[in-house]
Design a protein around this ligand. Structure first.
Ligand code: FO1
Length: 322
């Protein structure tokens, strides 16, 4: 089967590890809203997390960046920043030495006029992720966050330096209005047998992908069933700070609220929803309200558990297929 997955960073990448076990033809539409330029290097955190995770190069303890990583360049840059006015970029962003190789090649490719989708394809020739990885768009878009203290900062500063501790009043994908889906994205959604929204951050990952004009409409109109998996279990994000993001857009941090945030097709995005066993009541309520929902184990403790989640999503797709 052809399966298309909209994926952000760590949660989406971990889900893809399990889905890949089922042996289907998987296309990933990856989030580019986290992208940032530092020291002149274009960094694509969520695309790299997907490619490193599926390619076996990810740092498992961090969930981002490379395993066996060192940070000598970052520390050297910090030394310059301390002692001189050069090195204006922040040292709170952990640029790893091995990771920098990826950013150098990406930046060189972009400067040579290659679209991000082609640069990503070439990086995948080394990592061989076993899935097709497409950026949501080749156009430069970035998630910027307006804080309660009036500042507007890049998502990475809010996430990494501020740990999303300062509440956000607005999250916007700059450049989205002028962006178009990358080559292959709309076809991957139209031609899919199943489309999956994995347990990625509904706002800054899935939401950022959907902010690219044309992508949300493609989800609403595809013949494929669209199945989502809740990133919220028992009223809290399994990992990361999706609660801070959901609060910023006025959505409650529950599996029930996120399902309603995505909505049911054709007005919304979903044909089916998976929640964890602890949220069984939400499953019953949503099903009653017209969104077929199943309660299954949703903790990605290992690849087998994740593969079981992926199988549950495909089973629900079969059930709801019109
Ligand atoms: N996340 C952090 O929490 N701290 C970091 O220092 C950090 C550096 C970093 C460098 C490259 C990269 O691709 C990702 C990096 N991340 C870091 C993760 C990044 O902030 C992700 O965008 C978010 O974790 C959301 O997916």
């Amino acid at each position: 089967m052809r399966i298309t997955v909209l994926a952000g960073g760590i949660g989406g990448a971990r889900f893809l590890l399990g889905l890949r076990e089922l042996g289907h033809d998987v296309t990933v539409v990856g989030n580019t809203g986290d992208d940032v330029t530092m020291y002149g290097l274009r960094i694509c955190p969520d695309l790299d997390t997907v490619v490193y995770t599926l390619g076996g190069g990810i740092s498992n303890e961090r969930g981002w960046g490379r395993e066996n990583e060192t940070f000598r360049v970052r520390d050297e840059l910090a030394a310059y920043a301390e002692k001189s006015s050069s090195g204006s970029e922040p040292s709170w962003f952990g640029l790893g030495d091995l990771d920098i190789a990826t950013h150098l090649l990406r930046t060189q490719g972009l400067r040579d006029g290659l679209p991000l989708s082609e640069v990503t394809r070439r990086l995948c020739q080394r990592w061989r992720p076993g899935v097709t990885v497409l950026p949501a768009t080749d156009d430069p878009v970035e998630t910027h966050v307006t804080l309660t203290d009036g500042r507007t900062v890049h998502f990475q500063e809010w996430w990494v330096r501020l740990h999303a501790a300062v509440p956000a009043t607005r999250i916007e994908l700059t450049g989205a209005a002028a962006a178009t889906p990358a080559p292959g994205v709309l076809d991957a959604l139209a031609a899919a047998d199943v489309v999956i929204l994995p347990p990625s951050n509904p706002v800054v990952s899935i939401g950022a992908i959907l902010a690219v004009p044309g992508i949300a409409a493609a989800l609403r109109s595809t013949d494929a069933p669209v199945i989502g998996l809740s990133p919220i279990v028992g009223g809290a994000p399994v990992r990361g700070m999706a609660d801070a993001c959901l609060a910023a857009i006025g959505v409650e941090t529950t599996a029930y609220a996120v399902a309603n945030h995505y909505g049911r097709r054709p007005a919304g995005l979903l044909d089916g929803w998976l929640v964890d066993d602890v949220d069984k009541d939400a499953a019953d309520r949503l099903t009653e309200e017209g969104l077929p929902t199943r309660a299954v184990p949703l903790l990605m403790t290992d690849i087998e558990a994740t593969a079981a989640m992926a199988r549950a999503a495909l089973d629900l797709a079969t059930e709801v297929r019109r």
